[in-house]
Design a protein around this ligand. Structure first.
Ligand SMILES: Cc1ncc(COP(=O)(O)O)c(C=O)c1O
Length: 373
């Protein structure tokens, strides 16, 4: 057994879970109060009607904070929709892809592969896989020269940060001229500034960087909302959700309120540039250990496209992978086991994870390698 010094007992674990994930303590404290009494109304957030002025204000403030934090231009609609990001894999194709048309999909990880499967199941269109990441065991995202985008495609869908194998696009990919990008930013939304110009739609499941599972934030250019190629069931239609201001039916009120608090906390902390800086600093602590471990830790991603958010690596054996996660849990680190499809270890360091947690894990990794290497 490894013998590591036990850190001083802490009330909460350092949470490296891939999602649902770590939240800012200040937001949790506020939520604790808001559950019982939202802003002195004598009614808690879970109990407020979504048709009353109190919730009008909650929704308005969440949307406004989202726009300010993301520096989202006015010609983009913000939708806060029920359902996880997985639902978007279908909803995007249904809303943006006409039968017989083509959409481009580089396959860079488990989630982009699922997006391809769901799009194919949803519409009678050509889903062109323009990069086969499985050939490379998903160790990198494509450079522009590794893809041949389709001229006239309806869109190019990509996953900007790949949660499982821990890769990310340093810059958005280049689609064919005039073709909008559609981006799954679930694991890194607002963790770095985004150039909106090439993007037609950006979406993110809320449970990693914005709070509550089963809500997804969809930010979509207004002209695309209006261009749906088919009649859709109301709940699947972006146009219907946009018309109703994300209140087509009873919306995920608690998730909307929570996301608003997270966005305001992020703005107060310095916004996306500050989180970009913090995330790079946290990641570099772990990559430094990996790179100086003489092969004891092996990263899954090529260095040029390493994620700052999900640091995925393997140890020399499966037994050591498992021991690492187990002993880390004993030392106060939660959620380090790798995804079932990739194995190994994964440290997910979303925007709310303090640098102190990454420093503590860095120390643990060094000590674990010294004892077991
Ligand atoms: C990049 C990415 N896309 C999509 C999903 C799926 O999200 P959901 O479980 O909300 O459907 C995940 C979940 O981990 C993810 O990391």
């Amino acid at each position: 057994m490894t013998r590591l010094a036990r850190p001083a007992p802490r009330e909460r674990m350092w949470n490296f879970s891939a999602g649902p994930a770590v939240m800012p303590l200040e937001v949790l404290d506020q939520l604790r109060r808001d559950l019982v009494d939202l802003d002195g109304t004598g009614v808690g957030i879970l109990e407020h009607s979504h048709r009353q002025p109190t919730f009008d204000r909650v929704l308005e403030e969440s949307m406004a904070a989202c726009r300010t934090l993301g520096e989202i231009p006015d010609d983009y609609e913000i939708l806060m929709l029920p359902g996880g990001a997985t639902l978007q894999f279908s909803q995007i194709a249904l809303n943006l892809l006409a039968d017989g048309a083509t959409a481009d999909y580089p396959d860079t990880d488990v989630w982009s592969a699922k997006a391809i499967i769901e799009a194919r199941a949803s519409v009678k269109a050509h889903i062109a896989v323009i990069f086969e990441g499985t050939t490379f065991r998903y160790d990198h995202v494509p450079t522009d020269s590794e893809m041949v985008p389709t001229p006239g495609a309806a869109y190019l869908h990509y996953c900007s940060n790949n949660t499982v194998h821990g890769t990310r696009y340093p810059l958005p990919p280049k689609a064919a001229p005039g073709v909008p990008l559609v981006c799954d930013a679930s694991s890194e939304i607002f963790g770095r500034p985004l150039d909106w110009a090439p993007h037609g739609l950006v979406y993110a499941a809320a449970q990693k960087n914005c709070g509550v599972a089963a809500m997804t934030i969809v930010i979509v250019r207004k002209d695309l909302v209006e261009r749906s190629p088919r009649a859709l069931p109301t709940m699947m239609s972006y146009a219907a959700h946009a018309m109703a201001g994300s209140r087509l039916n009873t919306p995920p009120t608690f998730a909307i309120h929570t996301a608003g608090l997270v966005f305001r906390w992020m703005i107060a902390q310095g916004g996306t540039r500050e989180f970009d800086r913090r995330n790079a600093a946290k990641a570099s602590l772990l990559y430094r250990v990996i790179d100086s471990s003489n092969g004891f830790y092996r990263g899954l991603s090529r260095p040029e496209c390493r994620s700052d958010i999900n640091v995925s690596f393997r140890l020399p054996s499966r037994e050591l992978d498992a021991r690492f996660a187990r002993e880390a849990a004993d030392q106060g680190f939660d959620g380090l086991a790798g995804h079932k499809d990739a194995g190994g270890v994964r440290a997910s360091m979303y925007n709310a994870l303090p640098t102190e947690a990454a420093s503590a894990l860095e120390q643990f990794m060094r000590e674990f390698a010294r004892v077991n290497g």
